[in-house]
Design a protein. Structure first.
Ligand code: PSU
Ligand code: MN
Length: 310
């Protein structure tokens, strides 16, 4: 059975991605906020190019997603990646920002939420990122809860991440995902990973050890009409991990500074990521890149497995 939906007419697909979707070949979506707001230049563009290569080596076509001059693009050229990575005026675009960025013909780098939606509109079902947004610490007073969660609750895309950073409240994030009906799967682990670390102090609600089982979950969920995504948490490789107590102290410091400086809303996550890179002397950046590589390998394998059952 082949499920080739026609991509939405407002999207601009690269020739390679358009051909792959037409042929029912494996495609992996990649987000762009991680490039523009998640890592410093030029490591960000080097990472983006390298990760696309890893997806290709894994037998799938990479589709990095962003809005350029107001056009949602599915699959970017090297030059377009460079613009996202280095251009000073690229907005961080979550779901609510899409209409404005399109109408004003601006550049926007898409978050997990916005990337999921554009991927689904293109007909892509597997998406690789670094870390998910979630419920921020103190959300009981700030209401700061990422639209990544509500999007996972309604859009049919499997999202591979390295879990949730402890800049967020991991326990509340997992509770919210349960409420939203989102399966949260530990890949080869009983413990839910916390991005830089393989541990978090929270159990993964379910565990799967093969991409064939993940693809079977996707098939079962969507055949049942259970709308929404699946969160696949892939722990950072052992050799690249930063132990939870080491990174925890740096996160506390960065969070304190965030409060003192009055940074809030969509600026919080980029500020914290940048500050943690500085405080760790660059070590967190290496870990971040390593986990995205690892997620790209898993995502490509999953897209191939999905192709067998879709
Ligand atoms: N977490 C990371 N790296 C990132 C992000 C989150 O470890 O780059 C980005 C993702 O694009 C995610 C977004 O979707 O931040 C969440 O932002 P907010 O909390 O403002 O929803
Ligand atoms: Mn937020």
């Amino acid at each position: 059975m082949t499920t080739t939906a026609t991509p939405h007419s407002m999207l601009a697909l690269s020739d390679e991605v358009a051909a792959a979707l037409r042929d029912g070949a494996p495609v992996v979506a990649l987000e762009s906020t991680i490039i523009s707001h998640g890592m410093p230049y030029p490591r960000n563009v080097e990472m983006a190019v390298e990760v696309e290569g890893i997806v290709r080596d894994g037998g799938a076509v990479p589709a990095t997603i962003a809005v350029l001059d107001g056009v949602p693009r599915i699959g970017l050229s090297r030059d377009e990646l460079e613009v996202l990575a280095s251009h000073g005026d690229v907005a961080k675009v979550s779901l609510r920002d899409l209409p404005y960025i399109i109408a004003t013909r601006a550049h926007g780098a898409t978050t997990v939420a916005a990337t999921m939606r554009l991927a689904a509109l293109a007909g892509i079902r597997v998406f690789v990122t670094g870390g998910l947004g979630g419920v921020h610490r103190g959300a009981e007073t700030t209401f700061d809860i990422s639209a990544d969660l509500t999007e996972l609750g309604q859009t049919d895309v499997a999202v591979v991440s390295a879990g949730v950073k402890s800049i967020l409240d991991i326990g509340l994030t997992l509770e919210s995902l349960e409420t939203l009906g989102v399966p949260v799967v530990g890949f080869g682990t009983n413990e839910f990973p916390s991005f830089y670390s393989r541990t978090s102090g929270h159990r993964a609600p379910m565990r799967v050890d093969s991409v064939e089982q993940l693809a079977a979950m996707m098939r079962a969920k969507w055949d049942l009409g259970l709308a929404g995504g699946i969160s696949i948490a892939n722990p950072v490789p052992v050799d690249d991990e930063i132990p939870a107590d080491v990174i925890g102290a740096l996160i506390e410091q960065a969070l304190g500074e965030c409060g003192q400086r009055g940074i809030h809303g969509k600026d919080i996550t980029p500020f914290l990521l940048g500050r943690i890179v500085e405080l760790s002397g660059g070590r967190s950046l290496e870990t971040n890149i390593a986990l995205v590589r690892s997620n790209a390998r898993l995502g490509a394998a999953l897209a191939v497995a999905w192709g067998q059952v879709s």
